[in-house]
Ligand binder design. Structure first.
Ligand SMILES: Cc1cc2nc3c(=O)[nH]c(=O)nc-3n(C[C@H](O)[C@H](O)[C@H](O)COP(=O)(O)O)c2cc1C
Length: 222
């Protein structure tokens, strides 16, 4: 259990890797653990493509770039990128004004030894909030525990990675590139490898800032 706690506390978002490969047997070991994730009705709709071909990795990252530029422009404007509640004031000019260097922090993931594209088969996903008049969140609950398990299992084996979602904004092109059927949604792209450096102090808010007793206006927990 001590190991689990250490892994959870140091499971940082890693985007830069050494050239050391992640062999197939290591990938299998990681996915063999990740598969114990929960999913709605235990339908296990996850599908994984492990991509090492450099041309494909470059193309996948290129597909993400419009979304990354929008993300950077929204961050520069003090907005919470991609949120569906507060309308964005960022226009096409502001997006054009973000230069290539401002997205380098993301582009580097093309050099990861392997990119995992994690899809989810929507034919088996229980989307209990699909009739509500807001963006769906429940569908993700059948795939992101699995992605988090990949990251934890990788970390425990000395690797690291990041959950990225920019590729979802270019889903049709990604499906076309990879031969994914249309019912398999692109949930995440996870670069994996040996980290160039390891972060051990993650910036997270304390429990008392987000948990309360009994009611929204109740006393803080912790
Ligand atoms: C739902 C979700 C989407 C994310 N999408 C991206 C992404 O598209 N690209 C990226 O580089 N990082 C992405 N991240 C990683 C976050 O930026 C990272 O988890 C956060 O900044 C904390 O980083 P840290 O663990 O190093 O402190 C995403 C994380 C989550 C949970």
């Amino acid at each position: 259990m001590g190991d689990l706690e250490a892994v959870m506390r140091t499971n940082f978002a890693c985007r830069e890797f050494t050239d050391a490969p992640v062999p197939d047997d290591e990938l299998v070991a990681i996915l063999e653990l990740a598969r114990f994730a929960p999913s709605g009705g235990n339908r296990q709709g996850w599908r994984v493509l492990a991509i090492r071909d450099q041309v494909t990795k470059d193309r996948l990252v290129d597909l993400c770039l419009p979304a990354v530029h929008l993300y950077v422009a929204q961050r520069n404007a003090g907005e919470n990128p991609w949120n569906t509640i507060v309308p964005s004031a960022v226009d096409a000019d502001a997006i054009d004004a973000t230069d290539n260097a401002s997205v380098d922090w993301f582009r580097v993931i093309a050099r990861a030894p392997v990119l995992l594209v994690v899809g989810v088969d929507l034919r088996v996903v229980a989307s209990a909030d699909s009739k509500l008049d807001r963006v769906g969140v429940v569908s993700g609950a059948s795939i992101y525990p699995f992605v988090q398990n990949i990251l934890l299992a990788a970390r425990a084996r000395g690797y690291a990675g990041t959950l990225t979602t920019f590729l979802s904004s270019a889903e049709p092109a990604a499906q076309d590139l990879l031969g994914l059927p249309s019912e398999v949604a692109v949930a995440a792209m996870v670069p994996l490898g040996q980290p160039r450096r390891v972060l051990t102090r993650l910036n997270r808010r304390p429990v008392s800032s987000f948990a309360r007793l009994e009611r929204w206006d109740g006393p803080p927990l912790g």
